[in-house]
Design a protein around this ligand. Structure first.
Ligand SMILES: Cc1cc2nc3c(=O)[nH]c(=O)nc-3n(C[C@H](O)[C@H](O)[C@H](O)COP(=O)(O)O)c2cc1C
Length: 185
């Protein structure tokens, strides 16, 4: 079964994961800006990738704009961010605030550690981070916002890749040349 990787980030870490995922699964990939409704029709499943900036998914508007088509798909969603993937409360909050309720039942969501290189940011982003660091209560979070971090690891895509492969093999049409299967005794 055919699928496609659609992503939106700003500074390259979401794109890096999209590259790793599309080569691991041999799927085409495209930034979300290049794809819209009619193009989606041919894909029974989608791998969607989004970065998180100040609590908001970069893909948020695109999701809203395509709810009708997305409701018909199986979706494997990866979030690239600084939020600890094990912090269930924060992750649930990100999901509730950004992913339209209508498509949540079709989504399997994976949180992947991103990358933040302070020197690559715009002055606006640097300012936002400085304010964020002042407000952050968790010392580890504060430190990440002040000094940046690099959590990029190709291995992190493994659970998503495994889920897609399982879905693809469950969708395979039975091979007509194979002998009829015996029903269990
Ligand atoms: C200004 C700014 C705000 C951010 N806000 C959040 C946030 O609210 N939650 C979060 O988990 N990560 C946040 N991050 C971390 C990014 O999501 C992370 O660096 C991600 O890897 C960026 O993806 P990209 O390289 O594809 O743009 C923020 C980063 C910046 C620079």
């Amino acid at each position: 079964v055919k699928g496609i990787v659609i992503f939106k980030g700003k500074h390259g870490s979401t794109k890096q994961y999209a590259d790793w995922i599309s080569s691991a699964l041999q799927l085409a990939q495209t930034p979300s800006d290049n794809i819209s409704g009619p193009n989606l029709a041919e894909y029974p499943f989608l791998v969607l990738g989004s970065a998180v900036y100040v609590g908001k998914l970069t893909l948020k508007e695109w999701l809203r704009a395509h709810v009708a088509e997305l409701q018909k798909k199986r979706i494997f969603f990866f979030l690239v961010c600084g939020t600890d993937p094990n912090d269930k409360e924060k992750v649930d909050q990100l999901i509730a605030k950004n992913i339209p309720r209508e498509i949540i039942p079709q989504c399997q969501i994976f949180v992947l550690p991103g990358r933040l290189l302070i020197e690559k940011l715009s002055w606006k982003e640097k300012l936002l981070l400085k304010m964020g660091a002042l407000l952050a209560k968790d010392p580890a979070q504060k430190q990440m916002m002040r000094q940046g971090y690099d959590g990029m690891r190709k291995d992190s895509i493994a659970p998503l890749v495994a889920s897609v492969l399982a879905f693809q093999s469950s969708q395979k049409t039975p091979d007509k040349s194979a002998p009829p299967r015996m029903s269990p005794a």
